[in-house]
Design a protein around this ligand. Sequence first.
Ligand code: BV8
Length: 251
Amino acid sequence: MKPPTAIEIPSELHRALRRARFVAVLTGAGISAESGVATFRDAQTGLWAQFDPRELATPGAFARNPKRVWDWYAWRRERVASVEPNAGHRALVELERQAIEFLLVTQNVDGLHQRAGSQKLVELHGNIARVKCSQEGTIVEEWSAADGEVPRCANCGAFLRPDVVWFEELLPEGALAAAENAARSCEVLLVIGTSAEVYPAAGLPMLAHEHGALVVEINPNETPLSARADYVLRGASGTVLPRFLSAALAP
Ligand code: BV8
């Protein structure tokens, strides 16, 4: 049966969320779109319009042109620092407060979930605010570089890089294991604002489904997950999430 795609939210879905002991959430760039942070699918703006993010977010791109990659992340870091979490991020903080067991698994590197107040959270792809030595992997709190230069590690002299997971890089083991355990154990998995195309994160909804969870997609657009989700709430997370959660969690 094709899942309902209207934004009106079926009462059985409200009941399922109320009854769930363990609620898990997987978010992608779409939940930050209403904060003004471009998603990966959005055309990059301005200087970056000519580049495909997937071409820049790779070890090869950094090896070939460290300055271009460093500058792209510096620009994104500034963008993210200048925006605020939105109603979708805040709705998930309330869900975490009310759920008996809860885990938020995010693919996002923008740190907006933490700034909204989410605590039970794993970052599958790192965090753009953190910078590390590209050789030693040690996190660096402060860095400086001559104008236009890529900063270097004070210890070994290697270039610094953002502490994010690039394509063709392994995800942090602990984060992925926690995400997979949550997918296996949860009764409800909300999949919010992701094109469901980047693995291994995109495999989590089916892992949850195989273990009996109710999978709910919240996304204004169709994705490869849509046809297999139990429910699809076809709308923007900043609008749908607060409505869904206030009705479902109402005392
Ligand atoms: C790995 C951090 C093992 C960086 C990111 C060939 C060679 C090597 C690897 C592969 C290969 N083929 C496949 C792979 C695996 C690869 C992969 O999946 N590739 C894809 C392209 C097919 N994965 C990896 O490489 C991973 N590592 O597999 O290691 C390995 C090792 C070596 C060799 C082989 C395997 C690492 C993946 C992590 C990459 N890093 N981010 C950075 O941010 O700069 S991924 C990055 O892109 C994001 O983190 C995110 O995960 C992804 C984008 O996805 P979304 O978040 O979904 O965002 P997107 O823009 O795509 O979609 C937004 C959605 O929101 C849309 O659906 C839209 O409709 C919706 N939306 C819009 N507005 C709203 C909304 N929804 C709700 N409300 C709204 N208002």
